[in-house]
Write a protein that binds this ligand. Structure first.
Ligand SMILES: NC(=O)c1ccc[n+]([C@@H]2O[C@H](COP(=O)([O-])OP(=O)(O)OC[C@H]3O[C@@H](n4cnc5c(N)ncnc54)[C@H](OP(=O)(O)O)[C@@H]3O)[C@@H](O)[C@H]2O)c1
Length: 210
């Protein structure tokens, strides 16, 4: 599809009504995890899912303070009242840290049922400055891509284990139409020895000239 066409398609899509289901399946036996649930799409998805009364909704936010406010925000918009007996847990997850990602997988591993039916890998950033994480990667690269991939791979065994023929598990990775912007910049990527390292070191316009 030409870039201009894509742009008009993007504009058109902004006016489309959200495809929020009007009927709901029985999710009382399902476990959901939404990453980055304190704001934006992640918060709306978490509220929607909490209203469907799943077996468990795990809503992640960066730290314990945000977990607390997220829990309150979700409960306020659902029928769960003061949260007593609510099938919702808020877990801290900082996607700029691989240790934090691994800790989430460890936390799921020690749960008795290890159940996970749906992972919504929603957290993402759009930054206008170059910044490095403690793991040595550019922040956007780590949060949007590397940690999302790591989390998905670490949780994949639980999704597979919880999947049945009649009710398959789901891995949802939030993307963006903005990825088309990278097509041109990454044209020569096949010729680079180490693609991730090249992008990581040479940010912004620099790597476009490689
Ligand atoms: N809205 C759009 O038009 C649009 C378009 C294309 C793609 N998307 C994608 O959709 C997803 C959600 O977008 P949105 O519009 O809802 O954005 P948003 O309102 O900015 O929410 C992003 C969520 O990701 C979390 N997050 C960011 N950095 C994080 C980190 N290092 N560790 C853990 N959580 C982190 C945020 O937490 P904090 O509040 O703590 O930062 C927040 O919960 C993103 O992946 C975005 O790229 C959105």
């Amino acid at each position: 599809m030409g870039e201009l066409l894509r742009f008009f398609r993007f504009l058109y899509d902004q006016r489309r009504p959200l495809p929020i289901p009007t009927t709901s399946d029985d999710v009382s036996s399902k476990v959901f995890m939404v990453v980055g649930s304190n704001a934006g799409i992640g918060l709306e998805a978490s509220v929607f899912l909490a209203r469907q009364k799943p077996k468990l909704l795990v809503a992640t936010s960066r730290d314990s303070t945000k977990c607390k406010t997220t829990r309150e925000a979700i409960l306020e918009r659902t029928d769960s009242g003061d949260g007593e007996g609510s099938a919702m847990e808020t877990w801290p997850l900082e996607m700029s840290s691989f240790d934090s990602v691994r800790a989430i997988a460890d936390r799921l591993a020690v749960r008795e049922d290890n159940q996970l039916n749906v992972l919504v890998a929603n957290a993402g950033v759009l930054l206008d400055a170059f910044d490095n994480t403690q793991d040595g990667w550019e922040l956007t690269l780590q949060v949007n891509y590397l940690s999302t991939a790591l989390l998905s791979l670490l949780l994949l065994p639980y999704l597979v284990k919880s999947s049945t023929a009649g009710s398959p598990s789901r891995l949802v990775i939030m993307s963006s139409v903005a990825h088309y912007n990278g097509t041109k910049s990454l044209k020569k990527a096949k010729t680079w020895d180490r693609i991730l390292e090249t992008i990581n070191v040479l940010n912004g316009t620099a790597y476009r000239n490689c």
